[in-house]
Design a protein around this ligand. Sequence first.
Ligand SMILES: Cc1ncc(COP(=O)(O)O)c(C=O)c1O
Length: 240
Amino acid sequence: MRASSRLPAHLETNALTTALRTLRRDGVEILDLTVSNPISAGLLFPAETLRKALGSEGVSDYAPDPQGYLAARDAVARWHGRGVAHDDIALTASTSEAYAWLFKLLCDPGDEVLVPSPSYPLFEWLARLEGVSARPVPSYFHERWHLDLSALETSIQGSTRAVVIVNPNNPTGHFLSRTEWHGLTELCARKGLALIVSNVDRCHFSTLQYLLQLHLHSKAQLEIKITQRLVKQHQARFYH
Ligand SMILES: Cc1ncc(COP(=O)(O)O)c(C=O)c1O
């Protein structure tokens, strides 16, 4: 049987997984910052509140909605608070699923999206599973990371459908400046490209800080607190 060419040609275990298996087998204690299950990460959940919600009337009614449960979308719209209506929101089981929907919505097989890089490494594979290619366009570092808007513009070709940005970025931590944001939105509007923006690490940053506080010594905690304050100040300037 031949598998689809959207999958990797070889599926052998990579060096990182092999090393991790060896450490686990040898019983070495590992601080795994990739753990994203909130229970495994030790985040506290209000068990009583959840039990009450699950026992409430209507919880067993079956009323599926392809955009996601209306009450949940309403709650997200209220939380967002910037004029976003529940009809503008689609709930997915993960960002991976959301990217898959967006690539299907925006691209035909063989089309491409541009990814200012370094960026989230999974984009290559998430796009490839949809028959789309994620083409990296290097950002550059001069005292801080910068989007290379002219490189983005010259990279656009007939099959380009979107630019994918992570803000704040994983793995660089780069926040777009106002000037970069305006330049990017102007470029996408002028060239008729969609702009996909992931804010996922606004949440991940808090989780990461929590995990690090559990494990690191007080000096590191102080540095993390200072970093978080700077992040909040930057977010307040950028988003409001
Ligand atoms: C940019 C970005 N997108 C998505 C994810 C996680 O995706 P998912 O919600 O599919 O677990 C991460 C995790 O590090 C990420 O950095």
